[in-house]
Design a protein. Structure first.
Length: 203
């Protein structure tokens, strides 16, 4: 598992759930904006084991150690921003329908309203951005939001908004032409989505 920054948990959760929330939170931060020099330093000290998650963590740590904030910002912009659009469009609506701001976004907004989860006013991205969805999953696991935070609630959100496309997005991120630092981020996300899908399947 990853030794990332501690997630502030409003409720008492197991070590396994805390680790899950940390990975979701890390993915959310890395996909939401280019990492700062402080975050790169932290990523360089990631601990790894011999699992697929561990292998991705080891590669991410090695790249974080030798990647500058300038280079990773340029890579982030090439991948997700670009001139008009980046190489990848990290939105559920696009992956599921081929267009932005479609039914998956409307369904997500309805779900968030029902769960009492409000968008931050400083966030201009549509809520179905993969980084936002990862941050929401972290918050559901830790009990940050007023909705239920049990496994049923987590599985319902995952199945509705991540299961059908997130692994494909992370695979695309691994193989994207612009991906260097973000290639192991894709590997980490793909491996983690597999772990989550397998765990939820036996619930």
């Amino acid at each position: 598992m990853l030794n990332t920054a501690e997630v502030q948990c409003p409720r008492s959760i197991s070590d396994e759930d805390r680790a899950r929330a940390q990975i979701y939170q890390l993915l959310g931060v890395l996909l939401g904006s280019p990492p700062s020099s402080e975050l790169l330093k932290g990523l360089a000290s990631l601990q790894a084991d011999d699992t697929p998650l561990g292998a991705a963590s080891k590669n991410l740590a090695a790249l974080a150690e030798r990647t500058s904030p300038y280079d990773v910002e340029r890579e982030y912009n090439n991948l997700f921003v670009g001139l008009g659009r980046g190489e990848l469009l990290p939105y559920a609506s696009y992956y599921l329908t081929g267009f932005l701001n479609e039914k998956p976004l409307a369904e997500l907004r309805t779900d968030l309203m029902a769960r009492g989860i409000k968008s931050r006013s400083d966030v201009k991205e549509p809520e179905d951005h993969i980084g936002t969805l990862c941050e929401i999953m972290a918050g559901i696991i830790t009990g940050e939001f007023p909705c239920d935070s049990d496994l049923i609630s987590q599985k319902t959100f995952y199945d509705a908004h991540l299961a059908k496309w997130a692994a494909l997005f992370f695979s695309d991120l691994e193989e994207a032409q612009s991906s260097i630092f973000y290639a192991p981020v894709g590997s980490l996300g793909r491996a983690f989505m597999t772990v989550e899908a397998d765990a939820f399947a036996i619930q």
